[in-house]
Each structure stands twice: as structure tokens, then as C-alpha cells.
Ligand binder design. Structure first.
Ligand code: HEC
Length: 144
């Protein structure tokens, strides 16, 4: 019993620390990707996604649009990690694990650009722990 407590204490401390880090949430309106990354992402998007979602992200048949309208509100108020996980685990529908995390992050950067979120100085990360700290808001919280 004592042993378990000794092991659990540092884990608990790590949990508290990660919670306090979550308190400092960044936002997609702060510039969460770079222009260069969105350019790379566009190429990968055209290669892996456009066949179903359309070359302009307008949506085609079963595949929904990936910009503006319903799409931007679907993820409103959520950490970007949730959307990333969705891409990671389910898209492209025919081969979700065929595209590396880094390429998925580039594609997500391009999706952000197409949704009119501003670019910034640092690329969108591909690690879940970091994506969790960026919030997706349909409207800029600084203006609303
Ligand atoms: C073979 C066709 C196909 C390909 C290729 C594909 N998708 Fe999809 N995607 C779909 C379909 C169909 C849906 C809706 C049904 C579902 O959610 O599974 C969807 C849903 C989505 C959603 C959820 C949309 C929402 O409104 O929240 C996202 C995000 C997405 N796709 C992104 C991508 C990205 C990024 C790629 C490329 C890496 C990609 N998809 C490639 C067919 C495709």
C-alpha cells in the first residue's frame, strides 16, 4: 500500500502542473500556425483530401465543407487537439494512418488559414499535449 502512494504522489503533482498549464490557453486567433506551414499543408491537402472534400474545401457528396459555416462552429470552444485527433484517426477515410502526424498538422494549418484564422510565428505543433492548449473559437474572443 505504501509503495502505491509513493508512486502516485509524483503523478498527482504532474496532473496539477498540467492543469495549471491548461489555464494559459492559447487561441486560434492568436496565430497558431505559420504561412509556410499552410503552403505545405495546401499541397498535402490537395493530395490526400481534395478528392472528397473538394479542391476549395467546399465539400462534395458525403464529404462536408471544411471551412466557414457549420464546420467552423462544429469545433467551437474545443481544444484543437480534438479536431486533430479526428483527422488523425479517421481521415483520409480510406487510409487514416497513411499520413504522418507532421503532415496532418500542416493540413490543419491550411484548414485554419481557409477559416480566416491569422498566421503567427510558430508552426502548429503535432503533439497532443501542445494542441490541447490551443482553443478553436468560431469568433475572435477579443472582439466578441
Ligand atoms: C474518401 C473520401 C475522403 C477523404 C479522402 C477525406 N475525407 Fe474527410 N470526410 C469524408 C466524409 C464522407 C466525411 C463525413 C463522414 C464522416 O465524418 O466520416 C468526412 C468528414 C471530415 C471531417 C469532419 C467535418 C466536420 O464537419 O466536422 C473532417 C475535419 C475531415 N473529414 C477532414 C479531412 C482531411 C483533413 C482529409 C485529408 C487528410 C480528409 N478529410 C480526407 C470523406 C473523406
Amino acid at each position: 500500500m505504501k509503495k502505491i502512494l509513493v508512486v502516485a504522489a509524483p503523478m498527482f503533482a504532474a496532473l496539477i502542473m498540467s492543469n495549471s498549464a491548461n489555464a494559459q490557453m492559447a487561441n486560434v486567433w492568436d496565430g497558431a500556425y505559420t504561412e509556410a506551414q499552410a503552403v505545405r499543408g495546401e499541397q498535402s491537402y490537395q493530395e490526400h483530401c481534395s478528392e472528397c472534400h473538394g479542391t476549395q474545401m467546399q465539400g462534395r457528396e458525403e464529404a462536408p465543407a471544411l471551412k466557414q459555416g457549420a464546420f467552423i462552429y462544429n469545433w467551437d470552444g474545443m481544444p484543437v487537439s480534438v479536431l486533430f485527433q479526428r483527422l488523425r484517426e479517421t481521415m483520409p477515410l480510406d487510409d487514416p494512418r497513411g499520413t504522418p502526424r507532421k503532415v496532418k498538422a500542416d493540413i490543419l494549418a491550411y484548414i485554419m488559414q481557409q477559416n480566416n484564422f491569422p498566421a503567427g510565428n510558430a508552426p502548429l505543433p503535432y503533439q497532443n499535449s501542445r494542441l490541447k492548449r490551443i482553443q478553436w473559437n468560431a469568433l475572435n474572443p477579443a472582439e466578441n
